[in-house]
Structures are given as structure tokens and as C-alpha cells.
Design a protein around this ligand. Structure first.
Ligand SMILES: NC(=O)C1=CN([C@@H]2O[C@H](COP(=O)(O)OP(=O)(O)OC[C@H]3O[C@@H](n4cnc5c(N)ncnc54)[C@H](OP(=O)(O)O)[C@@H]3O)[C@@H](O)[C@H]2O)[C@H](O)CC1
Ligand SMILES: [K+]
Length: 505
């Protein structure tokens, strides 16, 4: 699914209206109807109580006015508050006139703000994608009043005061919504941690925007859902054998962190790898042979950490990092791997920290290497980010400079590609923020990079999605608090099965 900017969204709106030979108020009616359907399906008139609609001067306010009319028609008690402005949009004005006279309308003023309790249901239709600067004056006062009351706010399209595609001053007034109801495609602002408190839970409602125009618009940002991945993971070949699916090598573990090696190994085995060898220090040998008998163990001469790179010639992909520690000898193994590897690489955890300590090694990264940092690890490779938008700029520059893929882990894990594109993942849950979850991802990605039939991009997209989906499936059994990395590995099989293409009849 594409992520469009506010300007592009406007373009799609206009093209949709043109293609249908209709008018903008028809599209507004559709958007507000979808919004009202969403709300009335969740709140009866009695549960909602008196609904306050705060309407701004543009088309976001217009959406709010249509919603007010529809709610009134459906038996809800509604009161409208309008933000004073020098000019109102045409569709605001039309829908202001269409509002039945029995619906009370008042103008917002500093000395006249609505009375709110924590139970008041407020529809925030002050500003949407047309916001061009931080709120001030009466608009800022209204938003502060709303936030102070902790009212139940449902925002239309955007929480008012939040910019769609860019950061804003830290102390600017932004509505704290419980739900943000937007249309058709996600917005970049929804996916960034710094906006979580403003957006609440977000939902997309279809309003019949023109598909062809969306197809044609160029964007560097995508939200990865099932249709994005359709057809990328072929069914296993009937006459395939373990060689068809690659021989992966994992370099993982050190004394006290053999568990990380076990988790990555299990995950790799549950992600369709043909053969798997684990290189681990001698201390891990008995553990690995017992915990994961399907994997071959190739022990390092050192008891506690990795000191030697094995011969690489048999392997189709190599993953390094989970639990390896940061010994100098291990750093030398990493450097040697970067110099010698002709096969795809996946680097995680301490392999990234070691790269951060000796940045000249970054110049050795083979093209299409996949790195899987969390934000702190990423900063060790680059520089501290001012905010989430700056972090994305750093991500783009890093991927372009080193011609690599970076899986920046988070609630919406963002895959940065060497061509400057971003792919935000849609699966996963807060329960996955637990020790070992990243080790599992390394195993998954190493397995997929060993498949000769997948590109680096498709391997990364599928792996990140399947890892999150496995976490979601596991959480259905364990709950989020009870989710462990081991449980994620158990659901990788079903997650991949869902993504596997079926043959047409
Ligand atoms: N996405 C869709 O498919 C549909 C979206 N719809 C809704 O339309 C809005 C976008 O409407 P638009 O009129 O473009 O923008 P807004 O309503 O957000 O606001 C524009 C007006 O607000 C003024 N403005 C901007 N920033 C401020 C500010 N900080 N303080 C005060 N006033 C501000 C702006 O004035 P300018 O001086 O900047 O020109 C405008 O007057 C979208 O979000 C959806 O809710 C449609 O319903 C159809 C489908
Ligand atoms: K809004």
C-alpha cells in the first residue's frame, strides 16, 4: 500500500471527483458517512451521550459538519462548535447550511469553551491534511482545553495540530485522540513513535478513491500488507530437496548468551532453510546439539566467544550477531567475514555494535547486506537523531551510501532500501518487545537470504512481515505480556504458510 503526502492526497481527491464527474461535496459526504458508520457501530446514542463536533474552517471541518448532520439523523444528540476564521471552504459553507436548525451551533472563543468531562465524546474536525503551520490563538486554546479534560476524542483524518508529513515544534498544541479515522491510505505521521500519543489507534476507511491515480503517483514510502507481498513466496517445489532451499551459516552466541544462538537457530529452521550450520563457541556445543538437533554445530576453538571464521564455501547465506559479545577477536571475525563473503549477509545485535565501534568496516559491507538495528544500534552506526523524521533521513542516507538494506526495528519496523525507498511493516504487537525477539528475526532473514529465488528486498519484506505475523499468532495464545521469543518461533511456520502462493486451479 502506498503512503502519500498531504499534497498527493489532495491530488487523488481531485482526480477522483473528476473521474466520477461528481463534485467535492459528494466525496466529503462519502468520507463523513464512512466515519459516521464507524462511530455508530461502536457507540449507541446512549453510550455516546451528547456528541460535540469541533469544526474548523476547511474541509476537515466540512467532514465534521456532515458527520454532525448524519449523527443527528440517526438519533444521536449533537452539538457543533465552529472555530472562528476569516474564510471558510466552499464545502464547509454548503454543509453548514445543510445542518438542521435543531442542531445547536456555537462559535468557539477563549471565554466560551465547551464544558467537557472525561466521558464527553468529541469529534475533532478542526484541521486535517490542510494544516500548514502550528496552531496558535483560539485554536491552540481549544486543543489544550480538550487535552486537559481527557475527553474521548475521535479525530477525523488527523488529530488537529499534527502535520501530515513533517515534524513540528515540540511544544505546539496537538489533539490527543483515542482514535484517528482516516481514509483509504495510511499517512507517514501515523507510523512514527513520536506521534503515538496524538494519533491513538488509527483506522482506515475506504471511500472509493480512484485506484488508477493512486497507482500512477510516485512515492518512496510503502505500508507492507498482504497484497504487497502477494506472489512473492512460492510454494515449495515438489521435487525440491534440502539443497534447493540453501545452506545457511549462523555465527552466534558467547558465554551467557548461547540462548540467543539457540533462538536464531530455531527461527532459521522454521523459516524454510534447507540446511543450517551454527558456529558458536565451545561452551555452546552441548546446549545447541540438545536444544536444536536439526542444526549442525561447528564449534569455535575458543571456549567462550568467537575467534575464527570457518571456511565459507559451503554456505548460501550467513547471519552474524545474536549474542556474540564485543570481544576484539570477534570483531576480527566480523572484519574477515566482510572481506571474504561472496554470499548474502545478515548482521544484527553485537555485529552492529562492533561495526559502530570501527566504522571503517562499513566500507567493506557487501552490497545488499541486511542490517537489523533497533534505533539505538542504528544511532551507533550513524549519529543521534533529532526526531523520527530526522532518523528517516539518516536511514535513507545510510542505505544509499552503503548500498544496503536496514531493518529499523520498532512498532512499525521500517525497511530502508538502497534506492531510497522505505517500507513500513504492518504486523507485530507490543508483546514482541522482549529479549530474543531480534535474534529470531536474524534467523528468519538468514534463512530467506539463502533462497536463491528471493531478492534481498523480497527476503527482507517477507521476513519482517512473517516475524511480526508469527508474533501476532503467538500472542493469540499467550497474550502480549506472556509472549516469549520461543513462542514466536513456533508460529513462524503458520505465518509463512499464509504468505505462500497457492496454485490456481
Ligand atoms: N482524504 C480524502 O480523501 C478526503 C479528505 N477530506 C477532508 O478534507 C481535509 C482537508 O481539507 P483542507 O480544506 O485541505 O484542509 P483543512 O480542513 O485541514 O484546513 C485547511 C484550512 O485551515 C487553515 N489553516 C491551516 N493551518 C492553520 C493553522 N495552523 N491555524 C489556523 N488555520 C489554519 C487553512 O488556511 P491557510 O491559510 O493555510 O490556507 C485552511 O483554511 C482532510 O483532512 C479530510 O478531512 C474530504 O472530505 C474528502 C475526502
Ligand atoms: K481533525
Amino acid at each position: 500500500m502506498k503512503i502519500l503526502t498531504a499534497a498527493q492526497t489532495k491530488q487523488v481527491d481531485q482526480a477522483t471527483i473528476q473521474a466520477e464527474n461528481s463534485s467535492s461535496d459528494v466525496l466529503m459526504e462519502r468520507a463523513a458517512t464512512a466515519f459516521t458508520d464507524w462511530l455508530t457501530a461502536r457507540q449507541s446514542p446512549a453510550e455516546a451521550g451528547e456528541v460535540l463536533v469541533l469544526a474548523g474552517p476547511g474541509n476537515n471541518g466540512g467532514d465534521g459538519l456532515v458527520a454532525a448532520r448524519l449523527l443527528h439523523q440517526r438519533g444521536y444528540s449533537v452539538r457543533v462548535w465552529v472555530l472562528p476564521a476569516e474564510k471558510y471552504s466552499a464545502d464547509f459553507t454548503v454543509n453548514r447550511q445543510r445542518l438542521p436548525a435543531v442542531v445547536p451551533v456555537a462559535e468557539l472563543a477563549s471565554e466560551q469553551l465547551p464544558t467537557l468531562t472525561t466521558n464527553t465524546l468529541v469529534i475533532d474536525a478542526l484541521f486535517g491534511t490542510g494544516l500548514s503551520r502550528p496552531l496558535e490563538g483560539i485554536a491552540a486554546s481549544v486543543v489544550q482545553h480538550l487535552n486537559a479534560a481527557h475527553a474521548r476524542v475521535v479525530a477525523i483524518d488527523m488529530p488537529s495540530g499534527l502535520l501530515t508529513d513533517a515534524p513540528q515544534p515540540k511544544d505546539s498544541a496537538v489533539v490527543h485522540a483515542r482514535h484517528t479515522i482516516s481514509f483509504e491510505l495510511p499517512k507517514l505521521a501515523f507510523l512514527l513513535p513520536q506521534n503515538a500519543a496524538f494519533i491513538g489507534d488509527w483506522h482506515l476507511l475506504p471511500i472509493g478513491l480512484n485506484r488508477e491515480v493512486i497507482e500512477q503517483l510516485e512515492t518512496p514510502m510503502y505500508f507492507v500488507d498482504v497484497p504487497t507481498l502477494a506472489g512473492k513466496l512460492p510454494k515449495r517445489a515438489k521435487f525440491g530437496h534440502k539443497g534447493t532451499y540453501g545452506h545457511a551459516l549462523l555465527l552466534a552466541g558467547s558465554k551467557g548468551k548461547i540462548g540467543a544462538a539457540v533462538l536464531a537457530t530455531k527461527a532459521c529452521l522454521h523459516s524454510g532453510v534447507g540446511l543450517l550450520t551454527l558456529r558458536t563457541p565451545a561452551v555452546g556445543y552441548d546446549v545447541v546439539q540438545t536444544a536444536v538437533p536439526e542444526a549442525m554445530a561447528l564449534v569455535d576453538p575458543h571456549q567462550d566467544f568467537l575467534t575464527e571464521l570457518p571456511d565459507l564455501k559451503s554456505y548460501s547465506a550467513v547471519g552474524m550477531g545474536p549474542g556474540i559479545g564485543q570481544q576484539t577477536a570477534t570483531q576480527e571475525v566480523l572484519a574477515q567475514l566482510l572481506r571474504e563473503a561472496k554470499m548474502p549477509l545478515v548482521l544484527d545485535a553485537d555485529a552492529l555494535n562492533l561495526l559502530g565501534q570501527q566504522r571503517e568496516l562499513l566500507a567493506l559491507l557487501p552490497p545488499d547486506t541486511i542490517l537489523t538495528p533497533h534505533p539505538k544500534e542504528f544511532e551507533r552506526l550513524t549519529e543521534p537523531a533529532r526526531d523520527d523524521y530526522h532518523r528517516l533521513e539518516l536511514l535513507r542516507a545510510f542505505c544509499q551510501q552503503h548500498q544496503c538494506y536496514v531493518v529499523l526495528k520498532g512498532a512499525y519496523t521500517c525497511l530502508g532500501a538502497p534506492d531510497g525507498r522505505f517500507y513500513f511493516n504492518s504486523t507485530g504487537n507490543p508483546g514482541m518487545g522482549t529479549g530474543g525477539s531480534g535474534d529470531v528475526l536474524t534467523g528468519v532473514l538468514t534463512a530467506l537470504r539463502g533462497h536463491s529465488f528471493l531478492s534481498a528486498l523480497d527476503a527482507a519484506l517477507l521476513g519482517v512481515y512473517a516475524h511480526g505475523r508469527a508474533g501476532d499468532l503467538a500472542a493469540q495464545h499467550t497474550g502480549e505480556a506472556g509472549l516469549s521469543a520461543s513462542a514466536i518461533t513456533r508460529f513462524l511456520g503458520p505465518a509463512f504458510q499464509e504468505l505462500t502462493t497457492t496454485e490456481p486451479f
